[in-house]
Each structure stands twice: as C-alpha cells, then as structure tokens.
Design a protein. Structure first.
Length: 141
C-alpha cells in the first residue's frame, strides 16, 4: 500500500478502520496508510455485494448495516457491523462462493483486491484471522 498517508489522524476513514476488530492490531500509521486505499460505500437495502459464481475483486468490511449471505439458494449467515466478506475469492482465487445482499441499509469499507492482498502480506496476524474465517466459512458452505 505504497500510497501516502492521509494528512490527519482525525480522518473519519481512519476512525472507521480503527473501530474494526479485524484491524485492531494495526498501528496508527498502518491505519492511516490503509485509509489511503480504502473507500466508504453506501449500502442500500437490496444492494448485491457479491454474486455466487462471479469473480471477486473487492474485500468488504461492514461499517453499518446488515448483510445476508446465501449459497445454493440457502441462507448461510447474517453479518453486521465489524464483520467482513469477500475474502474467499480473493485469497483462494476463483469465483465468489456465495451471494451477499444488504438487508439493512448502512455503509461498507471497501478494499480493492491488490491492496487487500498487500495488507495480508504485511500483517500476518490479520492474514491468520482472515484464513481462519475463510476456512470456517468454506466448511459451512
């Protein structure tokens, strides 16, 4: 994530990232760097974030709202603030393993694939959490 850090630590995006349990081990400098490649995206009810079988190019962290995950026409789980999705297709390659639809309006923190992979490479603790969650989700799909 070779982009310059944001000007101020009072940046709302840095504050949002700091509140995500997945990123709790990151330093203030790391959070500011991560903020340079992260965007906030509004999420309306019915927004389809991922579609089973399609290529995945983004990693999502739910800032606010609720997302329902389904695969093979069966609901698997419901995710809320602080939860993440989209990791399986990025980490393991291939297509999305599930469809994710917003069931309560909110917002998302979005990282492009290349920046997400760079984050994992630079932060083994985050990579471990992502891989553990991905493994569990694959077992339950």
């Amino acid at each position: 994530m070779g982009l310059e850090k944001r000007e101020t630590s009072l940046d709302p995006l840095v504050s949002a990232l700091k509140g995500v349990p997945l990123f709790s081990a990151l330093s203030q400098d790391d959070l500011e760097t991560l903020a340079t490649v992260t965007s906030i995206r509004p999420m309306a009810v019915g927004t389809m974030l991922t579609t089973e079988g399609e290529v995945g190019e983004e990693f999502f962290v739910i800032e606010r709202g609720v997302v329902t995950i389904s695969a093979h026409d069966q609901q698997l789980r419901t995710l809320g603030a602080g939860d993440f999705l989209g990791e399986i297709a990025i980490v393991f390659g291939g297509a999305r393993t599930a469809t994710a639809v917003a069931t309560e309006a909110g917002s998302l923190l979005v990282l492009p694939k290349a920046d997400f992979l760079e984050l994992l490479a630079a932060n083994p603790a985050i990579e471990d959490k992502i891989l553990a969650t991905a493994s569990e989700r694959l077992r339950n799909t």
